[in-house]
Design a protein around this ligand. Structure first.
Ligand SMILES: *Cc1c(COP(=O)(O)O)cnc(C)c1O
Length: 418
């Protein structure tokens, strides 16, 4: 690798996915210059085709009214099914294990209703520190709902003193010491703060050896790394589609239920009519008859406009091919890492793992003695990145629309600001 603009441009010229950048709206400053957008881990950019997919549904609603449920170009009744195959490929699951519904935190609660079934003695939940606040609130409120004190019931898998990343051995120790009291491991597959990606299969095996249920939050995993969900054996997983999956602010979430639970009648479930047998759903008089697989957890008829945006985005992903995206992502983030090392300053420290199998595209850069002013200056310099207190800039070059030149320019501007 070389620390030069010409090298970055050369990499872009040779990039087999280079044409995909053209398929996205890249935000611009008031002078009309493209910003360096490295915030796809927070809100992915808009594919240009999304507008057409939404327009199609608006037209069908205008022309058909309620008949659109069956007569729309893409009928609304089975609309979620049009998303399943592509979504299942991106998370490495069987189609019957995946459904798009609700939003992330809602799905997390629904999954805990089913997979957190504590007893008086086995009731604790393990989460990684520092978990995303919403996940922590959800887990704590589930503990309280079942009559437990979160102070006693919540176990944090923490980095050691002076370290930033969680060690698998320390999770093993937690389970060795308290496994008989732990009911659930609920881990963010790729930590939003450090960018650390955890070994999902090993965690699942460890949890299962101790009789615990295991679930993952893939908010920072889906569309970023390949989690191979089915193969991990995890009981459930949830994610959102507005970060790496480019489906628009507040868009719907995804949910995975392992096929061994497809017909499991021993699980509690909060039910709704969209989870009911499709053949008798509209008879409205039958007892609840759960659809087998993940679809059986649906509650409501879904917002088609949001699903149209997801369909548009998944079609772009399918066209690029997830393996190709991941290959580019490793190179692009590797280049970012190289350039940051070239800065050769003691002021910054990359806290994300150096091993590419333990991270996705995000690097979290800790800046010595910095405060939010640094982030403001970067923004003024035309870089859209993300700041996390107390001292971390998170940047995530997304292989669908970011270029090697973006990465090069970012490091130039960071250098000036530093
Ligand atoms: C983004 C994110 C969320 C957000 O949850 P919503 O219910 O979609 O608002 C939750 N958890 C994690 C780990 C996230 O990264």
């Amino acid at each position: 690798m070389e620390n030069s603009l010409s090298y970055a441009q050369q990499q872009d010229a040779e990039d087999p996915l280079k044409s995909f950048r053209e398929q996205f709206h890249i935000p611009k400053d008031i002078q009309g210059n493209s910003l360096i957008y490295l915030c796809g881990n927070s809100l992915g950019l808009q594919p240009k085709v999304t507008r057409e997919y939404l327009q199609q549904e608006l037209n069908d609603w205008a022309h058909h009214g309620v008949e659109g449920h069956t007569d729309a170009e893409h009928p609304w009744l089975p609309y979620h099914e049009f998303l399943t195959k592509n979504m299942a490929e991106i998370v490495g699951a069987k189609p019957s294990e995946v459904v798009i519904m609700n939003t992330l935190t809602t799905n997390l609660h629904l999954m805990m209703v089913s997979f957190y079934q504590p007893t008086k003695s086995k009731f604790k939940i393990v989460v990684e520190s520092d978990a995303f606040p919403s996940d922590k609130y959800a887990v704590e409120s589930q503990l309280k709902f079942h009559g437990f004190d979160p102070k006693e019931g919540l176990i944090l898998w923490k980095p050691r003193k002076g370290e930033e990343l969680c060690r698998f051995e320390d999770l093993e120790t937690i389970l060795k010491e308290q496994g008989d009291k732990i009911a659930l491991l609920m881990i963010g597959s790729t930590n939003y703060y450090s960018g650390q990606h955890f070994p999902l299969k090993k965690i699942t095996q460890l949890g299962h050896e101790h009789g615990c249920m295991v679930g993952f939050d893939l908010a920072h995993g889906a569309g970023n790394i390949q989690p191979d969900l089915h193969d991990t054996g995890a009981d459930f997983a949830v994610w959102c589609t507005y970060k790496y999956l480019n489906s628009g602010p507040g868009s719907l979430g995804g949910c995975f239920v392992h096929e061994r639970h497809a017909q499991n009648e021993h699980l509690n479930r909060f039910a709704g009519w969209w989870g009911h047998n499709k053949k008798t759903r509209f008879n409205m008089r039958h007892e609840f008859d759960a659809l087998p697989g993940a679809e059986g957890w649906q509650l409501s008829n879904p917002p088609i406009l949001s699903m149209a945006a997801i369909r548009a985005s998944l079609d772009v992903f399918a066209e690029a091919g997830f393996k190709n995206l991941r290959a580019k992502s490793e190179k692009l983030t590797g280049y970012l890492e190289f350039l940051l090392d070239e800065l050769n300053t003691n002021n910054i420290n990359i806290i994300t793992p150096r091993n590419k199998n333990e991270r996705g595209c995000q690097l979290s850069i800790q800046v010595k003695n910095a405060d939010k002013k640094l982030h403001t200056k970067l923004t003024e310099a035309g870089v859209i990145s993300d700041w996390r207190e107390p001292d971390v800039i998170r940047v995530a070059p997304a292989p669908l629309y970011n270029s090697f030149e973006d990465v090069f320019e970012f490091v130039q501007r960071l250098k000036e600001v530093l």
